[in-house]
Design a protein around this ligand. Structure first.
Ligand code: SAM
Length: 297
């Protein structure tokens, strides 16, 4: 399991907290007594602040420059947010599956943002990853993460075997899928999972639309997109609009991969023949997305 104390020991052994204090404002005593999150945040900021720390502490560094324009936001997202996301993922996996080895698929894994931390700090797992964009998978292989990494098509089936996974992560994927893509991919997840297997998928709840509307990056959707999504949510609990047509063509299907929001009620009822919704982790993606945790029936 990924713990704050394991990170603490890792820094102490390979870099030294006294040295870390040259780069970030920390109190080693405070870190020692803190629960995992505080150490995790200090670790992330140390990595961001020091190239030497990255070289000493990271087994599988993220790409310095974007290799998949759909997944690689700023460097801090790849380095620091990724650490939070990997801890949360591991926490959920351990809560539902326990400490035994887990066959884990990172679906839409991008350039291995989350996988790289899981693979470094949680070696008993066996890892697989897939994406429609090959560039991120090339990076994953180049840094040496051990696992089964495959380019997939926009629509199922994948070439992975039926019943081959204990847990599937889909981070920032269903926050982009059209309704039909959400349905066909949840069915594929059911095929890929062992009975009782876990799906962790993040989604935009309606409350995040206010935050999405503030996004000022050049490719952020116009306000009318959110007006339309909110109108649809009021009717059906689900709203989707394409919005990435202006991106370069990198292999995704921009008719079905745009911007999506849905209510928790929609998430609970939509796939219930195949899955039981176990919990919704609020704010899994700081202020933007919640995580739905399902087990396969
Ligand atoms: C916002 S990124 C998230 C990447 C990764 N899960 C992470 O958290 O860093 C969305 C990912 O979905 C991938 N993608 C695009 N279309 C897809 C599709 N039809 N099926 C699966 N993944 C797709 C993109 O290439 C990109 O890696």
């Amino acid at each position: 399991m990924m713990t704050g104390s394991a990170l603490y020991e890792h820094v102490e052994k390979h870099f030294g907290w006294a040295r870390a204090a040259e780069f970030i404002d920390i109190s080693p005593e405070g870190l020692r007594s803190a629960a995992g999150w505080q150490i995790r945040d200090a670790f992330g900021h140390l990595l961001l602040a020091s190239e030497e720390a990255r070289a000493a502490l990271l087994k599988f560094p993220p790409p310095a420059d974007p290799v998949n324009p759909l997944s690689d936001n700023d460097y801090s997202y790849r380095l620091v947010s990724a650490l939070h996301d990997a801890f949360l993922t591991d926490d959920v996996v351990r809560r539902y599956i326990g400490e035994q080895p887990v066959s884990f698929l990172d679906f839409g894994c991008g350039s291995g943002r989350i996988l790289s931390y899981l693979a470094q700090f949680n070696p008993p797992n066996t890892f697989a990853g897939c994406d429609v964009v090959p560039g991120g998978l090339d990076h994953i292989r180049a840094v040496g993460i051990q696992g089964d990494f495959r380019v997939i098509s926009n629509t199922p089936p994948t070439s992975f075997e039926t019943g081959s996974f204990d847990a599937i992560l889909a981070w920032s994927i269903f926050s982009h899928y059209s309704q039909s893509y959400g349905d066909i991919w949840m069915s594929e997840f059911r095929r890929l999972l062992r009975p009782g297997g876990l799906v962790m998928m993040t989604f935009h709840p309606p409350s995040s639309i206010a935050t999405l509307r503030q996004d000022t990056r050049p490719l952020a959707p116009p306000q009318e997109t959110f007006d339309a999504i909110e109108a649809d949510i009021a009717q059906t609990g689900f709203g989707y609009r394409p919005c990435y047509e202006r991106f370069e063509d990198v292999g995704s299907d921009y008719a079905n991969f745009g911007i999506t929001a849905m209510t928790p009620e929609y998430v609970r009822s939509r796939w219930q023949e195949q899955f039981e919704l176990r919990e919704i982790v609020q704010n899994a993606v700081h202020g933007w997305q919640d995580m739905a945790v399902f087990t396969a029936r």
